[in-house]
Design a protein around this ligand. Structure first.
Ligand SMILES: Nc1ncnc2c1ncn2[C@@H]1O[C@H](COP(=O)(O)OP(=O)(O)O)[C@@H](O)[C@H]1O
Ligand code: SF4
Ligand SMILES: [Mg+2]
Length: 335
C-alpha cells in the first residue's frame, strides 16, 4: 500500500524584479517573476518521483522551497504529518536532516579546504548521530556505500573527478541518515557515461535504504530510468503527473506530448525542443492568461485562453492532468 510522505498543496513563490529608478519615476508597477503558481503534488514513501520541464519552469524553486532554502509565499507542505512551512529552530533542523538536498554542482557545496573525512565527520557530529569513537567506522561504511575507494578519506574535493565529487555529495547527504533525498539536476553537469553510473548508484541506494527521492532533471531518459512516477511542470505549475511508463507510452497533456516528441534533452539551447513545442517559453513575469500553454498549444480553443485548467484526475488511472481537452471523469473533491 502506498503511503503519502510529502504533500504539497497550492505552493506559490514569486521573486520581485529589481525596480529601476526610471520605472519608479514613470510610475510603473513593481514586477515579479511567478516561479511557482499553486503547485500541488504528493510523493509516496519509498518512491522516486521525477520532476521534469523546460529550464525556467520552476523545478529548482520548488525543490528549494521544499527544503526551506526559499520561503514560499503561499501554500502548504506536509511531511510525515509535519507542517513544514511552519517549522522553526530544532524542528526545522530535524526536518532538514530527514530531508536532504543534493545539488548539481558538489563543488559549490563542498568546502574546498576540507578533506572527505573532515566533511563527513562534521556532518555526522553536528546532528549527534554517532558517538565520536564510532565516526571513523561510519565514514568507511559511507564511502563503501557510494563506491569511493578507502583512500578517498584524506583527499580534498579538487582531487576527485566530477562523478566522484557527486558521490561525495551523496555520501554527505547520507551521513545524516535521511529518509528523503531531493536531487536537483544531480548529474546534469557530468559526462553521459558517468551520469549513468551515478544514477544507477542512486537507484541502488534508494532500494537498499528505502529512500524517498524527488529526482529533478531535464533529461527525460534519466527520469524514465529512475522514476516510479513523473510530474511534468510548465511555467510554475504541474500539468501532468502519472506512472512513468504510462506517461511515456501515453502522454495525456499536449505539453507532455510535445516534450516526448522533442529530443530527450529539454535543454533550451537545443533547437529541436523549440521546434517540437512551438514558440518560446513565455516570460514568467507575465504568464499568458487561462492555460499558460495556450500560445504554444496546437489544440488550444477559446476556453483555454480564459480559464486556467485545474489539475484533476482523468480516467480510471491515478493520473492527474491539467487540460480542458480532457473531460474530468473523476474530479478531485473540493476543499
Ligand atoms: N533567486 C531567484 N531570484 C529571482 N528569480 C529567480 C530566482 N530563482 C529562480 N528565479 C526565476 O524563477 C523562474 C524559475 O526558475 P527555476 O526554479 O530555477 O527553474 P528550473 O529549475 O525549472 O530551471 C525563472 O524565471 C527564474 O529566472
Ligand atoms: S488547456 Fe487548452 S491550451 Fe492548455 S494544454 Fe489543454 S488544450 Fe492546450
Ligand atoms: Mg533548475
Amino acid at each position: 500500500m502506498s503511503q503519502t510522505i510529502l504533500r504539497v498543496e497550492g505552493l506559490s513563490k514569486t521573486f520581485p524584479v529589481e525596480y529601476s529608478i526610471v520605472e519608479r519615476v514613470q510610475g510603473k508597477p513593481r514586477r515579479a517573476v511567478k516561479a511557482l503558481t499553486g503547485v500541488s503534488l504528493e510523493v509516496q514513501r519509498g518512491e522516486t518521483l521525477g520532476l521534469v520541464g523546460e529550464s525556467g519552469c520552476g523545478k529548482s524553486t520548488l525543490a528549494r522551497c521544499l527544503v526551506r532554502l526559499y520561503d514560499a509565499d503561499a501554500g502548504r507542505v506536509e511531511y510525515d504529518g509535519l507542517e513544514v512551512l511552519k517549522l522553526r529552530g530544532a524542528g526545522l533542523r530535524q526536518y532538514n536532516r530527514r530531508v536532504q538536498m543534493v545539488f548539481q554542482d558538489p563543488f559549490s557545496s563542498l568546502n574546498p579546504r576540507m578533506t572527505v573525512v573532515q566533511t563527513l565527520r562534521e556532518a555526522i557530529l553536528v546532528h549527534g548521530l554517532r558517538k565520536p569513537q564510532e565516526v571513523p567506522g561510519r565514514i568507511r561504511e559511507l564511502l563503501k556505500l557510494v563506491g569511493l575507494p578507502k583512500d578517498a578519506e584524506r583527499r580534498l574535493p579538487h582531487e576527485f573527478s566530477g562523478g566522484q565529487r557527486q558521490r561525495i555529495g551523496i555520501a554527505r547527504a547520507l551521513s545524516v541518515e535521511p529518509e528523503t533525498l531531493i536531487a536537483d539536476e544531480l548529474v546534469s553537469a557530468l559526462d553521459v557515461s558517468v551520469q549513468a553510473q551515478v544514477v544507477n548508484l542512486l537507484l541502488e541506494l534508494q532500494e537498499r535504504l528505502h529512500l524517498t527521492v524527488l529526482f529533478v532533471a531535464h533529461d527525460l531518459r534519466l527520469v524514465r530510468h529512475i522514476s516510479h512516477r513523473v510530474a511534468v511542470m510548465y511555467l510554475g505549475r504541474v500539468v501532468e503527473l502519472a506512472d512513468t511508463e504510462k506517461l511515456f507510452s501515453n502522454p495525456a497533456h499536449p505539453y507532455t506530448q510535445a516534450l516526448l516528441r522533442a529530443a530527450p534533452e529539454l535543454d533550451p539551447s537545443r533547437k529541436s525542443v523549440l521546434e517540437a513545442v512551438r514558440g518560446e517559453l513565455p516570460s514568467p513575469l507575465n504568464p499568458p492568461p487561462g492555460c499558460a500553454f495556450h500560445p504554444r498549444c496546437p489544440q488550444a480553443f477559446d476556453r483555454c485562453r480564459q480559464e486556467i485548467p485545474a489539475l484533476v484526475r482523468r480516467g480510471p488511472e491515478e493520473r492527474l492532468v491539467a487540460c480542458h481537452l480532457l473531460e474530468a471523469t473523476e474530479a478531485k473533491p473540493q476543499a
